[in-house]
Design a protein around this ligand. Structure first.
Ligand code: UDP
Ligand code: MG
Length: 341
């Protein structure tokens, strides 16, 4: 990958010569980093590492780096990971002080990965190591982001059904083109991984952020295997939180619904007020004293309150997107000029 860096060259003054661009020293083999989140995977991690390294050995033309992120495991996974690091110089282990969650584990790994391409994958053998090499092939053909899309999966019927529905609801509630049936198994070009570091929001939905970034994205389909050992580390509670993070970080649709509801309620309450007044003037004999006033006040307040909530919601939506502090734009490269601003 020979992509020109968009940032101005570092402080060293450029020598004044006729040759303006020094040819970059050709790096040897491309380095592929793996970001591997681990949470209580004691029974499966060794098998995972063995299968992954076997796959990597089939590609001697590439260099690899394995960044395991131990997300506060309490089952002795860390000791196993340290053992792997001792035996294999390509392994680095990041040990979290506690369980921060899958999305933050991935983030830490991406922060540390140094490869020309970075692959994020689960460590329970549900994402087959061989498929990660197909992602590399797609990258070498020019893709900057390669999503691994599940053609089929072996999870429980409940998980399959909720995930299927969720991806479709999510897609319809945002403008971001979030790929269907895709988790966090994907490859990012070094440039994309670097830009991703500028997204520092706390409640993060990494797959959504990546999809929203642009660049040349493509998909590789795969069949998702069963978990090799242990239970899912995504109980319903964590799954629900991730699902809510996904919708709320990419859409203000729920806030906009309040405004819409406000208009409907206000319109209905105006009709109610007209009805109450009509009863007062045309059927005074059946109108209880005080009813008209009461109806008018209650309906008017109800309608305006709902609409006001919508207005406040609109501002909160803006504050929220400012607070996320996402980069305003992402640049692939700048062509021409001397690179100085
Ligand atoms: N994981 C993590 N922290 C957590 C939960 C999960 O690092 O709090 C890791 C886990 O070890 C695995 C990956 O994230 O490598 C996906 O988790 P899991 O396989 O349990 O999710 P599922 O495949 O069931 O959705
Ligand atoms: Mg899994």
């Amino acid at each position: 990958m020979t992509q020109q860096d968009i940032r101005p060259p570092s402080a060293a003054p450029a020598p004044v010569t006729l040759v303006t661009v020094e040819p970059e020293p050709e790096r040897g083999r491309p380095l592929i980093s793996y970001v591997l989140p681990v949470y209580n995977e004691r029974d499966g991690i060794t098998a995972f590492h063995t299968e992954l390294t076997a796959a990597l050995d089939s590609r001697p033309e590439l260099d690899f780096e394995l960044v395991y992120v131990n997300d506060g495991s309490t089952d002795g996974s860390l000791e196993l990971l340290k053992g792997l690091a001792e035996r294999d110089g390509r392994v680095r282990v990041v040990d979290f002080a506690r369980n921060f969650g899958h999305q933050l584990a991935i983030t830490a790994g991406l922060d540390l990965a140094r490869g020309d391409a970075v692959i994020v994958m689960d460590t329970d053998l549900q994402d087959p190591p061989k498929v990660s090499l197909e992602l590399v092939d797609a990258w070498r053909e020019g893709a900057e982001i390669v999503h691994a899309r599940r053609r089929s999966r072996q999870d429980s019927a409940f998980k399959r059904a909720t995930a299927h529905l969720y991806y479709r609801v999510l897609r319809s509630s945002t403008d971001v083109d979030i790929p269907l049936d895709t988790g966090d198994f994907r490859l990012l070009d070094r440039r994309v991984a670097e830009e991703l570091r500028r997204y520092r929001e706390r409640s993060r939905f990494v797959r959504g952020i990546v999809a929203s970034m642009g660049y040349r994205q493509t998909e590789v389909a795969f069949d998702r295997d069963e978990r090799f050992a242990g239970e899912t580390k995504y109980p319903l509670r964590k799954m629900a939180r991730l699902a809510i993070d996904g919708v709320t970080s990419f859409s203000t649709a729920p806030l906009k619904m309040i405004t819409r509801l406000g208009f409907v309620v206000l319109a209905l309450s105006l009709l109610g007020i007209l009805y109450a007044l009509a009863m007062k003037f045309f059927r005074p004999e059946i109108t209880v004293s005080g009813w008209t006033m009461l109806m008018c006040v209650v309906l008017f307040l109800g309608g305006t309150q709902m609409l006001s909530l919508g207005v406040i919601g609109a501002y909160i939506g803006r504050i929220y997107s400012e607070a996320q502090g996402r980069p305003l734009y992402l640049v692939r490269e700048v062509v021409g000029g001397d690179g100085d601003h």
